[in-house]
Structure formats: structure tokens, C-alpha cells
Design a protein around this ligand. Structure first.
Ligand code: FE2
Length: 336
């Protein structure tokens, strides 16, 4: 029996200590559209997304990932997920509807402890008359042509103190493990997973958290159409005085053209395009050695060590242990 319980990564909740600056940057520089404000949260979406919101900016003390939302593949699937995670002992419970979605079931991965929500009922974006695209009917609105013009949410990359064990948990919900990068067998530094049968590369990325902390996030990624759009995005970032942390370049592990920056609240945001196509439900994951260009396909670039910073930050001895863990991975030398 085949089983696909989740249809897409629907949204990520970004906790920001500077919510007004974060939202302004998301709209003016990344190019998202604001759809709703309520309480301490602002709801945004890529201009080509039909769902109500793909990024929820919520005010908080420091940068962090709040809930990650997954839309189920059909009605009744959230109940199946609920039964399964309750049996695994990681269920949290049902929560009421909120802007953009109906009731959702919350659960956590056993080790990373990230909070996920699964739901079926959604609210769709309804463009006002002046924004309707009368020519391209698969678009919920016209392309506003603003900033980096981020079109869709693409993936969330989280950090786990026990990455391989968490991957096994996500697999019990039908998510497919597509690739892993290692220094030596059992010493893994990156992994990709996808929730359905047609997603090209990944909607969930994972890095190890050598500090032992839980619930941390490395970045949230948005997609544009063409690789050249990533270069145009780089120009938009520079014009907005947003420093570029890494890229544009191509990751070997997913063939994505990547570009990483930090939004005003401090979180790393990726804009990307391209990627290999994987429609095989029984595709066997690929094991990359860290020297094979999984990070930089041309094998001639050094990834900045700052790329392993995750949020919320850890401090003192815990931060030192985390840093030493990554420094032992060879991720930061050309060819890795
Ligand atoms: Fe990424």
C-alpha cells in the first residue's frame, strides 16, 4: 500500500525580535505579499501562492522557528498522523483554526522537538480586482515585481541533536529521505527530506545540532523561477543594504542555485531556483561524502562557518561544544 499523508510545506512561523522591520523587509526586499494581521502575528505569502499565508511573522524575544505547517493530502489524513504520533509518544494535541487554516493537530519530532502542525482545511487568497491576473489563470494574482520576487516557500532547514533518529520519525509520516551528507559513516552533516511524490528536492532540510540544543532552525527558504532570478535577487539584496552571507552558487546535493542572507530580525533566509527532479516514490537516498561537492558543486568555494549558526542562539560551553562539532566536519574547506 502506498501512503502520502502530507501534500506540502504550507508555512513556517518566524519569531522575530523586530517584527515591524522583519515584515517590511519581507515585503519590500524579499517581495512577499502581506495578507493579514492579528494579535502579535503578520501573515505573508509569495505572490504565486494560492494559500492564505506561507510565512507567519510573530513577535518574540529572539529569532526562532515557531510552528511549521504541513497541509495533509486529503481529509482524514490529519487524524491518521495524530494516531501515529500519539503512538510514538510525540503528539501534542488538536488546536483550533487560525487565519489561513482550519483545526490542526500539533506534534513534535522526538529529538529535535520542533513543533509541527498538520491540517486539511485551508483558506485561499482572494486577490482584489486590481491585482487579478486575467491572462495567467494559474496565478492567484499578478507578479508585483517587487524586490527578490519570492514566488513560493520552498523549505525549512532545522537542526537536530539526533538527526538520523528524527529522519526515521519523519519517515513514519510518509516523508521521503532523499539524500544525506557525511564525513564518515555515522557522522552526518546534512540531510534532505520531502513530503510527497512529486517534490523535486526537499521541503525539509536537516543539520546536526552538536550543541545538544533542541528546536533550533538554520534557515527558511523561498523559491524563484529561474537560476538567473537568484542573481537578480542578489542585486535586490545589495541595493537594499542586505549583506549576502553565501552565494549565489549551486549545491551538488540538490542542484539548487542558492543565496543566503539575514533578515533584520536575525534569521537566515534563502532564495533559490532549480534543483533535480525526483518523481520516484521508491527512490533510494544518496549518500554524499562531504568532499564530493554537496555544499558547493564546483568544489572550489569555502562555505563560511557562519552558515552553521542556528536560532535561538546557545551560549557559553554549549555554544563551544556546538562550534567544535562543526569545525571537525571539514565543511569549511574548499571541496566540501
Ligand atoms: Fe536550504
Amino acid at each position: 500500500m502506498s501512503e502520502v499523508l502530507l501534500s506540502q510545506l504550507a508555512y513556517a512561523e518566524l519569531i522575530s525580535p523586530k517584527p515591524e522591520e522583519t515584515v517590511k523587509w519581507m515585503v519590500d526586499v524579499l517581495g512577499l505579499e502581506e495578507t493579514h494581521r492579528e494579535g502579535q502575528s503578520v501573515y505573508l505569502r509569495g505572490w504565486a501562492e494560492w494559500l492564505h499565508s506561507s510565512l507567519i511573522v510573530t513577535e518574540g524575544a529572539e529569532p526562532a522557528l515557531g510552528a511549521t505547517g504541513w497541509r495533509a493530502y486529503g481529509p482524514g489524513d490529519p487524524e491518521i498522523v495524530a494516531k501515529r504520533v500519539e503512538a510514538a509518544g510525540t503528539g501534542v494535541g488538536w488546536v483550533a483554526e487560525r487565519p489561513g487554516r482550519g483545526a490542526a493537530y500539533q506534534y513534535r519530532a522526538p529529538y529535535g522537538q520542533h513543533l509541527h502542525e498538520v491540517f486539511w482545511e485551508v483558506e485561499r487568497y482572494q486577490a482584489p480586482p486590481e491585482k487579478v491576473d486575467h491572462g495567467l489563470l494559474n496565478r492567484p494574482q499578478k507578479n508585483p515585481g517587487r524586490g527578490a520576487q519570492a514566488r513560493y516557500i520552498d523549505h525549512v532547514t532545522i537542526a537536530s541533536p539526533k538527526m538520523v533518529e528524527d529522519i526515521e520519525f519523519y519517515k513514519t509520516l510518509g516523508q521521503r529521505h532523499t539524500a544525506i551528507m557525511h564525513v564518515e559513516p555515522g557522522f552526518n552533516v546534512f540531510a534532505t527530506m520531502t513530503c510527497n511524490g512529486i517534490r523535486p528536492t526537499h521541503d525539509l532540510g536537516m543539520v546536526p545540532d552538536f550543541s545538544g540544543a533542541t528546536g533550533r532552525v538554520n534557515h527558511i527558504a523561498f523559491r524563484v523561477d529561474q537560476r538567473s532570478d537568484v542573481e537578480r535577487a542578489a542585486e535586490a539584496f545589495l541595493a537594499a543594504d542586505t549583506p549576502i552571507e553565501f552565494g549565489p552558487g549551486i549545491h551538488g546535493i540538490d542542484e539548487i542555485t542558492y543565496l543566503y542572507v539575514r533578515e533584520p530580525g536575525g534569521m537566515r533566509i534563502e532564495i533559490n531556483a532549480g534543483g533535480w527532479v525526483n518523481a520516484e516514490p521508491d527512490f533510494e537516498r544518496k549518500d554524499w561524502h562531504v568532499k564530493q561537492g554537496g555544499t558547493t558543486v564546483w568544489q572550489n568555494l569555502e562555505m563560511p562557518q557562519s552558515m552553521m549558526e542556528c536560532w535561538p542562539e546557545v551560549h557559553g560551553e554549549q555554544a563551544e561544544v556546538g562550534r567544535e562539532g562543526f569545525e571537525s566536519t571539514d565543511l569549511f574547506v574548499p571541496g566540501s
